[in-house]
Write a protein that binds this ligand. Structure first.
Ligand SMILES: [Zn+2]
Length: 297
């Protein structure tokens, strides 16, 4: 027999109304106005991520995002990754896959000049094993799977002549969460912690184009580590695709005016808190309130 408390939680789940994972609007898992924030074509964001300059031999590696990681977009990703809102996984995968389809021509051109252009690997930026356990799944790997599927079928496939497939090629050993760490501390915390996945033959990566996929790009420290490890195995990172990009401190956000969702319970407050949060992350201050919960790897 299950403990009473557990049973109670289950019953609560049946009767509690669902709310938008981004803005809190009633009766919908992800409301229309919030969905539209991730609708647009991907735009370049690598200049915001100071640590991407460590992408060694290819300083011009582009990064693309669908949205600014502020306001409801940031709330959405935090809810998805760390507050159990995996009911929006499918929608987020579809949003990033749609963005990837729009990038197909650019990716095709980048793949064509790689030594082994026959296949494009879509590689998720790795989370720690602890984070995967906490979330019950490797959520970023699910994003990568959707992107690979979209690129494999999508426009550009013919011209590219290559297959796209997702591969969990990297793993991340321990280390503390990046939460509350400044830019330099983030890089130090990561040093040497990204490795090739166990059992992966580095020969599989030799000359192969790789598109990295992640949820949010902040400093780029993790992506740069991934690129270094992949490059050592001979792979060529042609880009990084993320759901959202954190604007640097003080930078004007490109976020469209926040949608006013009907029945929104806490939209204004959440959006303001999230704007503050992005600054907290950059200054290394640990956010304290619930609405300011930072992202964890
Ligand atoms: Zn919403």
């Amino acid at each position: 027999m299950r403990p009473l408390r557990e049973t109670g939680r289950g019953l609560l789940g049946l009767v509690l109304p669902v709310a938008c994972a981004a803005c809190g609007a009633d009766d919908v898992a992800w409301c229309g106005p919030c969905r539209s924030l991730l609708d647009g074509p991907p735009w370049r964001c690598e200049e915001r991520a100071g640590r991407l300059d460590r992408m060694g031999t290819r300083p011009d590696v582009p990064a693309w995002a669908l949205a600014d990681a502020v306001g409801p977009v940031r709330s959405l990703v935090v809810s998805w990754k760390d507050r159990g809102r995996t009911d929006v996984t499918g929608d987020l995968v579809r949003a990033l896959a749609a963005g990837a389809r729009l990038l197909a021509p650019e990716l095709t051109a980048a793949v064509a000049v790689c030594p082994t252009p026959a296949r494009l690997l879509v590689v998720p930026v790795p989370s720690t094993a602890a984070a995967r356990r906490r979330r019950g799944a490797d959520l970023v790997a699910l994003l990568a799977g959707g992107v690979a599927e979209a690129l494999d079928d999508g426009p550009g496939r013919q011209e590219r002549g290559s297959r796209a497939r997702a591969l969990v090629a990297l793993r991340r050993r321990g280390g503390r969460d990046q939460v509350g760490l400044g830019r330099r501390a983030r890089a130090d915390n990561l040093a040497g912690r990204v490795r090739l996945a166990r059992g992966l033959d580095p020969a599989e990566l030799d000359g192969v184009p790789v598109l990295l996929v992640d949820d949010i790009l902040t400093t780029g420290a993790t992506a740069a580590q991934c690129q270094e490890v992949l490059a050592r195995a001979g792979a060529v990172v042609i880009g990084l695709l993320v759901l959202a990009s954190t604007p640097p401190p003080g930078a004007p956000s490109t976020l469209a005016p926040p949608p006013v969702a009907p029945g929104s319970r806490r939209f204004g407050a959440a959006a303001a808190g999230d704007l503050d949060r992005s600054h907290d992350l950059h200054s290394g201050t640990r956010a304290r309130t619930v609405d300011s919960a930072p992202l964890r790897r």
